[in-house]
Structures are given as structure tokens and as C-alpha cells.
Design a protein around this ligand. Structure first.
Ligand code: GLY
Length: 412
């Protein structure tokens, strides 16, 4: 009984926050070992517009799990310090209670070795940089400018790159959460296929999908849902979702949830009336062939971008050597975006390797597409995959990709 109880307590700790508390500390410890100086990170500020939600900056969240606005972190090989802003009664009336550095139990609550008030930022920073020659900040961090001006003679480094070295390789807890997010998003796609009928509006299809993942416990969309029918299927990041879907068109659905902070990314293209035309099926099968060829080539050591045999080139070669447009030209020129990106806390998670040489534990998308404006046909097929020791595991593999399987499920 005690064992069951403690297992339940353990599970609820995991579900409440997603990532176990110790993992945040381990991430900071690992990062600090790689530093030869002081890293300063500013968390996101509370938005001035009360109608805009607060979301923590993702590097800050990755290292702290902290979800209150205005925090600052300093990391050195020897120390980790979190700075918290003073409480503001007026703001709290609108957006709720905040933690301050002098709250009892703040060390336990934050998990940091040391928590100081905002007022101590400058003096602490000046002390820390005395004994180091390098300063790490995020490249686009405007809030860090003032501190940087105190350290103009220090070497400067991009904190984002140092953190990306960790973020690129997912921990077992992250893999579990992204798997869960992906499986729930697969259910959302299946729900949309079942509901899809010509005459529906694109936003109604999006509503079926978001409802499916909110109902299953996901807190938000990983990105604004893309539901593009007919001419909108060729718009890569179409998001207004306002058009009525006609029979005989394809519907491109690029939709993924975010659950317990972790994103996924899945795209399928289906026929609105449940049956691809011959030409739609031809284009569909070319994109599918390109995706299969790229996925088959995934293994540690392979490059995503650059010259052959990169995954990008494998997919492009496949598209270029299969099928033609209405003018007899190859289709490669209609593949107008990248093949892959990392997925994690952000739907486009960072990588610090320009060629993205694959390593076990990376989670990436494979998403070839062909978009032919003249024919109003846009097809993208996208899955989220875990790179393993020997190849890959398709986390969204539960969602059918074969044209005939899709036809069996749309509108049924
Ligand atoms: N699938 C959405 C994106 O990659 O931005």
C-alpha cells in the first residue's frame, strides 16, 4: 500500500510539472561545467498588455522550470543564483501572487542554491566578472545590454549556443513528454479526418483538432494551427483558416499540441471528400516517397543539410526525379522550404550545429513538401522522429501516411 501511495505521489509530481524537479538542477550543473565565465539570462517580463499571456523564455524555462515573470539567473562554474523581482501589490491584483527572494522556503521552491532580490543584480554581477574573462548572454537579449556595458573588455559568447548543446539531446523525461504530446496530436489529426466534410470551414477543422488535444490534457497549441484547403494548401504558413473547403480539394493540416511545455509537429494532407484525384495522388505519393527515403537514411552521423548524402538532398533528389509539372519540368523547384528542424520546448528547438549531424536522443521533423500554385495542390507530410542508436523511431507513426489508408478514414 505504501509503495502504491509513493508511486502515485511520484506520478503526480511528474504530471504537475512534466519534468522532475532534479532534472532542472542537473541541467544547470551540466551547463556550468562547460562554462569558462559568467552566464546571465533574463527571463521573460510580465506583458504590459493584460490580454497577452505570459510565457517564460524557453532557455530560461529549460534551465529552471520557473514560470513567474521577471526572474534573472547567473551561472558560473562555481555558483548558481536566481534573482527575483520585488512584489507589486497592484500587478498582483490583476495577475496573481508572485514569489519574492525573501519568502520563506524560496530555496526549496526554486531549487536554486542561492536566491537574491533584484536589487542585488548589479553588485553581484560586478563581483562575479572580477574573476572571469568571458560573459555569456543570449544574442538578442536587450535587457542584458546594461550589464554588458560593465564588461566591455570581457570576451562575449552566445549563451543560446551553449544551452543548445544540451537542448539538442533530449533526456528520457523529455522523450516521454514529447512522445505523449505527439500521440495526443495524432488523435487530434484522426478526429479531424473523421469530422472532415466538404463545406466545412477551415477554422472548424482546426477547432476539432485543438479541442481533441485540450480535452486530453494539453495546455496549448505548439504553434497556430495551419489548415489550408485548395489554394491555401500552397501557402507554407497559412494560419487564417477562414476559407470554406470545397469538394475535390486537398486539405493540408499542420497541427501539433504543446503538453507539459513540450511541443510536437505533424502535417498530413488529405482529400476533402475522402478521395484523391489521380493528380493529387501522384503528387502525394512523390512527397511520401521523398519522406520515406529521408527517414530511411536517418542514423547517427548523417547530416541533415548540405551536400549529398544529406537528408535534405536525398528528399530533393527524390522529388526531382519523380513526376513533372504541367510544363514538363521537374518538381524540385516546388519544394520551397527546409526538410527538418529540432522539436522540444519550442516547435523549432535550437541546434548549435549548422549541418545538424544527427546524434541519438535528438528529436527532429522530416517534412518534405511540393506546392504547385498553378494546380492549387500543396502537399506536405511531416512526422516527428527520435534519432536512435541505429536509425529512428517515428513518434507520430501512429498516424497513417499511405494514400489508401487516409482515404479509408476521411469523413468516416
Ligand atoms: N509546423 C510548423 C512549423 O514548423 O513552424
Amino acid at each position: 500500500m505504501r509503495l502504491v501511495l509513493s508511486l502515485l505521489l511520484c506520478m503526480s509530481a511528474l504530471l504537475a510539472d512534466g519534468i522532475p524537479r532534479e532534472e532542472y538542477k542537473n541541467r544547470r550543473t551540466q551547463l556550468r561545467k562547460s562554462l569558462d565565465g559568467v552566464m546571465v539570462l533574463f527571463g521573460a517580463e510580465e506583458p504590459e498588455d493584460l490580454h497577452v499571456s505570459f510565457f517564460e523564455e524557453s532557455n530560461f524555462l529549460y534551465l529552471s522550470g520557473w514560470r513567474e515573470p521577471g526572474a534573472v539567473m547567473m551561472l558560473t562554474p562555481k555558483e548558481e543564483i536566481l534573482f527575483l523581482p520585488p512584489r507589486n501589490q497592484h500587478t498582483e491584483t490583476f495577475t496573481g501572487h508572485k514569489t519574492s527572494a525573501d519568502d520563506p522556503g524560496v530555496i526549496q521552491k526554486t531549487g536554486f542554491d542561492k536566491v537574491l532580490p533584484y536589487a542585488a543584480i548589479e553588485s553581484t554581477f560586478l563581483k562575479l566578472i572580477e574573476t572571469s574573462s568571458r560573459l555569456y548572454t543570449l544574442a538578442d537579449d536587450r535587457q542584458a545590454q546594461k550589464l554588458k556595458s560593465f564588461a566591455v573588455l570581457h570576451e562575449s559568447s552566445d549563451a543560446g549556443k551553449a544551452i543548445a548543446a544540451l537542448r539538442m539531446i533530449k533526456s528520457p523525461a523529455e522523450i516521454e513528454l514529447i512522445t505523449k504530446t505527439t500521440e495526443i496530436s495524432v488523435q487530434a489529426h484522426l478526429a479531424a479526418w473523421k469530422a472532415l466534410k466538404s463545406g466545412m470551414y477551415e477554422y472548424q477543422v482546426a477547432a476539432v483538432m485543438t479541442n481533441a488535444y485540450f480535452e486530453r490534457g494539453c495546455e496549448r497549441s505548439a504553434y497556430a494551427p495551419i489548415v489550408g484547403s485548395g489554394p491555401n494548401s500552397i501557402v507554407l504558413h497559412y494560419m487564417s483558416n477562414h476559407r470554406r473547403i470545397d469538394s475535390g480539394e486537398v486539405v493540408l493540416m499542420d497541427v501539433g499540441a504543446e503538453c507539459s511545455d513540450y511541443a510536437t509537429d505533424i502535417t498530413r494532407t488529405v482529400p476533402a471528400n475522402g478521395k484523391f484525384t489521380d493528380r493529387q495522388r501522384e503528387i502525394y505519393n512523390i512527397v511520401l516517397g521523398a519522406q520515406k527515403a529521408a527517414i530511411a537514411a536517418i542514423k547517427p552521423g548523417v547530416r541533415v543539410r548540405g551536400e549529398a548524402p544529406s537528408l535534405q538532398q536525398i528528399a530533393r533528389d527524390y522529388i526531382n526525379t519523380h513526376g513533372k509539372d504541367l510544363h514538363g519540368d521537374s518538381l524540385g523547384k516546388y519544394f520551397t522550404h527546409g526538410l527538418s528542424h529540432h522539436v522540444g520546448l519550442d516547435v523549432h528547438d535550437p541546434s548549435n550545429d549548422p549541418n545538424d549531424t544527427l546524434r541519438p536522443g535528438m528529436i527532429i521533423t522530416i517534412e518534405p513538401g511540393v506546392y504547385i500554385p498553378e494546380e492549387n495542390i500543396g502537399v506536405r507530410i511531416e512526422d516527428t522522429l527520435l534519432v536512435t542508436e541505429n536509425g529512428s523511431k517515428n513518434l507520430s507513426g501512429g498516424l497513417p501516411r499511405e494514400a489508401a489508408e487516409i482515404e479509408k478514414l476521411v469523413g468516416k
